[in-house]
Ligand binder design. Sequence first.
Ligand code: NAD
Ligand code: IPM
Ligand code: MN
Length: 376
Amino acid sequence: MHRIAVIPGDGVGPEVVAEGIKVLEAAGEALNIGFEWRRYPFGAEHYLSTGETLSEESLKELSACDAIYLGAVGDPRVKPGVLEQGILLKLRFHFDQYINLRPVRLYPGIETPLKGKKPEHVNFYVVRENTEDFYVGAGARVRESGRVELEVVRRLYRLRFGVEVEKEGSEEVAFQLGVVSREGAERVIRYAFELAEREGMSRVTGVDKANVLTHAYSLWREVFDSVAGEYEGIETEHTYVDAVTMYFLTKPEHFQVVVTPNMFGDILTDLGAQIQGGIGLAPSGNINPEGVSMFEPVHGSAPDIAGKGLANPVAQILAGALMLRELGEPRAAELVERAVAETLREGVRTPDIGGRASTSQVGDAVAEKLRELAEY
Ligand code: NAD
Ligand code: IPM
Ligand code: MN
């Protein structure tokens, strides 16, 4: 019996989560796995009516769950960042989900915008650091927050540029700090190498911008090299984030495991989503191997298509498969992935990937296919 906290969230979140649960239930029935779903209302409606993003009590309850299954948060009625930081990032940080695992995999029959590339060319993992970098939230807008930060900014400017930011209020300055710690880098880089070994992959690519952000990413690089030294059979390379963006498009088949700092990983995985056929197909796992992990699609709440039955539920369903694997149910995970692959191959798809089916029709078809596959 797995106890799963469910946060459908905003926009298309509730629509795709319903299909994810439908498919997970079907997998559970087929393989005799029980789920207890505990629903939480966090998101824009809850925030607008109560002023609360997440409550301390709920965090305690969530910590007693085996995993969290999240749709998406973010709503045009709420200032950008309030729900994203107050719910999504809060959960990633609170549960120290230091790995963000984002497989990039092209399913048979799905069209990639990359000319001539087939499923065998697009099949790799992005391992995104998930608790540091520019996501730590350290920074300020100086006019808003006054003297202490202004003094910091003055010093930074004097040191770096020899410029005096003198008159208070004459110049509005904002700054945001990126943090890389040795421990933080090491644990995620090690995970990437372990993943490569587990999956029989032979190359780990490290991403950074050590030529410009020399302080933070020289440490990242140093840690990468020292961890790499422990994995003799695995080929390694450093790439700058700008160049790796090109290579994702020109030679995706080169990549096996890509390990990246947080913000570059965010950007690279929207690109990764496109090369695997679209953002509606890309799942994501926020993983703490020793704690409570959280599974969600790479995409957001897609307010432009919410409530219309247009959302592709596949990313959410595949996030469910990642969750099953982390819960120690690899057979069920594989069954879900095979059911998705078959359903897509047969052409049951939402409009974003050239089909005519609705969100729930795709969910129904995947669940049905799963039951069929389970009978063999
Ligand atoms: P988005 O991913 O929500 O949407 C980008 C585009 O992709 C839109 O055109 C949308 O219609 C399309 N799209 C997304 N998911 C789809 C699906 N399942 N099927 C078909 N098409 C889909 O990104 P955005 O527009 O930049 O952000 C919208 C909101 O979501 C913002 O508030 C943002 O902060 C938030 N967001 C949340 C998460 C999360 O909760 N994990 C992730 C990213 C963005
Ligand atoms: C993602 C999203 C989030 C991120 C936002 C909504 C905080 O874009 O999961 O990729 O930047 O990590
Ligand atoms: Mn993103």
